[in-house]
Ligand binder design. Structure first.
Ligand code: AMP
Length: 249
């Protein structure tokens, strides 16, 4: 069984992002970039399924600039067998990525596509759902446990007040939540091995996809900065402020 795992190159989660002065977006010049953390969990899950013998091939896909190759190499160091870079310098919105992945799914015929539940840069949480709709496949989002057997995936999801378990007929889409697994540490020998794995490059046009943005960002701004706290002399003053300034009691 073949699994497709889309991996996005995003600003590293440890970086404090800064908004550009012209408010058109965030500054990514000279900023550390890494694989989206939820996608690392997706690659790890696919690798564990392969180690169990359920999966035979893992194909990692990244859409974006040439440097996404590094993200694909990381995916291959974790356990992906090969990588596909869908290269473009244009901005890619979730719908465009979903269309690209649909075209690749038609070509590669995977039985399972495991995406992250959201990319930590745009926080869109849309690509997996849009892809499921475009392919007409069942989907289980925010997975905290995945089991695959006999042409079916059984997926547990954490919902308010408990766990929900879904049975999906393959082919299907799964998106990962934080508690699905803890990705392994990438070792140097595996990084070296990953360098020799196959990496193909195509363009959205090669796949027949119009990846032009459909949404226009009007502006991006910093959140308002928090004002400093104050000390109150006694409980009466605190209650007075809570009542008359904060208006919370
Ligand atoms: P989003 O809908 O943007 O929050 O992204 C959800 C998931 O879609 C990510 O965790 C990735 O698995 C996948 N994805 C989004 N954008 C890309 C991209 N440019 N390249 C590869 N995968 C992507």
């Amino acid at each position: 069984m073949k699994v497709l795992v889309p991996v996005k190159r995003v600003v590293d989660y440890n970086v404090k992002v800064r908004v550009k002065s012209d408010q058109t977006g965030v500054d990514i010049a000279n900023v550390k970039m890494s694989m989206n953390p939820f996608d690392e969990i997706a690659v790890e899950e696919a690798t564990r399924l392969k180690e169990k013998g359920t999966v035979t091939e893992i194909v990692a896909v990244s859409c974006g600039v040439a440097q996404c190759q590094e993200t694909l190499r990381t995916a291959m160091a974790i356990g992906a067998d090969r990588g596909i870079l869908v290269q473009t310098d244009e901005e890619l919105q979730p719908l465009a990525v979903a269309k690209i992945l649909k075209a690749l799914a038609d070509k590669e015929q995977p039985q399972l596509i495991i995406l992250g539940k959201q990319a930590i840069d745009d926080d869109a949480n849309q690509t997996g759902q849009m892809l499921a709709a475009l392919l007409g496949w069942p989907q289980a989002t925010f997975a905290s446990k995945v089991e695959v057997a006999d042409g079916k995936a059984t997926v547990t999801r954490e919902v308010d007040g408990g766990l929900e378990t879904l049975a999906l007929t393959l082919p299907a889409i799964v998106t990962t939540d934080l508690r699905l697994n803890e990705p392994r540490y990438v070792t140097l020998p595996n990084i070296m091995k990953a360098k020799k794995k196959q990496l193909d490059t195509v363009s959205p046009a090669d796949l027949g996809v119009d990846a032009a943005p459909r949404l226009k960002t009007l502006k991006v701004t910093e959140p308002p900065s928090r004002s400093a706290g104050i000390k109150v002399p006694d409980v009466a003053a605190l209650v007075d402020k809570l009542k008359n300034e904060a208006k919370v009691v």
